[in-house]
Each structure stands twice: as C-alpha cells, then as structure tokens.
Ligand binder design. Sequence first.
Ligand code: ASP
Ligand code: MG
Length: 456
Amino acid sequence: MKFGGEALRNENRVFHTANIVKKFRTKETVVVVSAMSGITDKLYNLSKNVLTMNESEIKEKVDEIKKRHKKVIEKCVKKDYQEECKKILNDLIERLERTLLGILYVGELTPRSQDLVLSFGERLITPIFAYVLKSLGIDSIHFTGSEAGIITDSNFGRANPLWEKTRTLVKERLENILNEKVPVISGYIASDEKGRVTTLGRGGSDYTATIIGSCLDVDEIWLFKDVEGLMTADPKIIPDAKIIRKISYIEAMELAYFGAKILHPKALEPAMEKNIPVRIKPLFNPEDDGTLITSECKKSKDIVKAIAVRKNVAALNIFGAGMVGLPGIAARIFNALARNNINILMISQGSSETNISLVVEREDLNKAIEAIREEFKNENVIKNIDCNKDVAILAVVGAGMKGTRGVAARVFSAVARAGVNVLMISQGSSEVNISFVVEEKDANIALKALHKEFIC
Ligand code: ASP
Ligand code: MG
C-alpha cells in the first residue's frame, strides 16, 4: 500500500490513513509513504533560495516544517512513544538544517545536495507514520528507501534502480520480517552505490511502491490517491467523466505520460514485468475498488478508454529543403535537445522530409530553439524554425483502437465538427494512442467533443 501527500496532509488525514492500514492489511503488508503534502515543494523552494537567505531565515523555514510534523506526533502518536518519536524528529530536523547551512556556506547547490535536501520530506514522515501505526497496535518498523534495499545509479533527481542489487537486497531486508511486522518505507528516495542519497523523480513514491512490490513478488499493489481512480477525462473539465474500472498497463502508462499526473510515469513498469495488478484506490472511499490495472488488454466495446490533455506545451516546426534525403538530421536535432536536457513530448515528420515538428514543454521552448540553431549554425540545412507557444496535446487512449478501422476518422471528424483546427498528428504503431496538437484555447472544446463521441 502506498500513501501519497494528500493522505498525509495533516494530523487528521494521517490518522485516517493509518486506520486504512489497520483495516485492510493482510498477513503480509508493506507500506510506502511519501512526504506530507507540500513539504517536498517547500524543500525544493528552500534549496533553490538557500543561497540568498541568511541563517535565521533558514532556521525559520525549517522550523515551519518541524511544526507540521510535531503536530502529527502530538495528535496521533501514543503518549508512551512520543518522546522517542520526537527525538527522531529533532535529529532529522537538525540534519536538514545542517545540510542547508552547508549549502549556504559552500555557496553552491549541486544536484546531489539538492536530492539530499529533497529527501527530508519522506525521511521525516516515515518514522512518525510507523509510530502512528504502533499506536494503533500494529507492530511496524521504518526504513528509508535505501535501508529497504533500493540502490540506484547516480542520476540525481531522476535516479533509476540497479535492479539486480535492489532485488537481492530488498528480499534480504524485508522478506523475513514481513510476517511479524509491517515495514513502513519512505517513497521517492534511495541511494547510489556510494551511499549518497538519490531521488526517483517527483511523484516517485509510486515508483518505490512498485519497485518493492516487484522485488517481493506481492499479490497486488495499492496506490491510494485523493481521486476516485483513473478517469475517462479530467473531471474538472468534463463533469460527466467516469471512473475507468479496468485498464491495461499499456493504456494506463499512456495516460501517465500524458500528464494525468495521477501516476508516476515509470511506476507501472516493474509491476508490468512481473504481471502484478496495480490498483488506484480512493483515499476517501477506501472500500471502493477504484481502478484495476492489469495486463489484460481485452478488446471491449470501449474502443477509447480515456482522453488526456496536456497543456503548457509548445510546438516547433523545423523547415528546410536541405533536410530532404540527408540522413541523421533528426538524430542531430534530438541529440541537441537531449544535451540541453529538453524532453520531447511528441514528434512528427511528413514524408516529404522538408519539415520536422516537435512538441516540448512550454518553458523549454526558447532553450530548444537555441539548441537547434547552435547545432546547425554555418550549415544550410535548416531554413526556418516556426513556433507556436500556446498549444495543447490531446491523447486519445484505448487498446481497443488497435485494428479497429475508422477510429482516426471518428476522432478527427468529431474535432472538426467542434470547429477545432488540428495542427499536428501522431499515432504510434502500437495503436494504443492517437495524439494531436491544437491551439490551447481549443483544447477543452476538443476534449468535450471527443468525450461525447466515444464515452458519454
Ligand atoms: N514527495 C515526493 C514529491 O512530492 C514524492 C511523491 O510525492 O511521490 O514529488
Ligand atoms: Mg509528494
């Protein structure tokens, strides 16, 4: 079971969450927790601003974080354990403060020191949550991600598990205690082979849960969220959106990548490899089945399962007759963007080869144009780069589209009838997803039209 930030917003929610563990735990249950809501953001801002702050400002900010955790201890931890638990809190808070002061004195924030700062959100709440469980009579024991056995590469900020090591260690450290105690593990954080703290990318505690679940070959992984489950569309835009009761890993992954922001994009991979079902469970209605994600990709009457929208993106159109028939241009464009750490969200090239269109995060647009110009300076390959910075991607997702004729026609007819112009199209050959780009102002109109056409 994994509990995210909203589950741990304040002392009342922590109590609610601990009771979910009490109620639903089976003979062998592992709990993964992420930071209290907003704490990782706070730590992120703190790390970014620490060089412009003075010591007392830093102490003040750290104190705010301490207070939120202290409140949880005072409200949810049994009197007998409070002193022990507060001591752990004070020690960690002192370490956080020293880390921040260290960054201030050295005058430099590196990806490594930033990960160390970011790790404190999970490190603080994990032991406290274990004490809350103990207070409810559940024998529990707390671990950081690396204590539980997760070892990663040294890609700070977005580390990847070293699978062989991780599998052996997680089994070694957890398997024997499982039938006696409930391990409470901090999500999102791990360490590299040298023992330096790493993080798995924002929202990474989902990933921790599936890594641990896969290493232990668990029966099911439950991710508790403050939503009812995966939805057919964003309910804030489509009030009729429905819960998707069953979905395949592949489809759910498409949705995760498309900014549904409910799941960490990499989280389903370890579960999929071992064929372990993942459930998105509603935090405030824990009896409900939520959404079940499995390998089953059965063709159902729902050709389209969901429609996702990603806003805040920008499109680039790279022109030049010089590109025709010249191999390696696309590779050079992609490399130039990769070197500058720019993520490409969508690609399309017409077969005339005179242009390549790309979509990137809006905040990366200028950097992307510069990187491409720099790569091809002094060459007569690229004539022009057009851009449109106010666009959105719509992704129509459903395994039932595979081999069903006429889906694309229905998608684009529905969009056209709604009066929306399509700027760029891409369909992967997996046929699980048709994506296209529209002006951002048209995104909701297109979404409504498609939801009506395919879902309700
Ligand atoms: N606390 C981390 C974050 O906010 C990890 C997580 O929430 O899953 O990104
Ligand atoms: Mg979080």
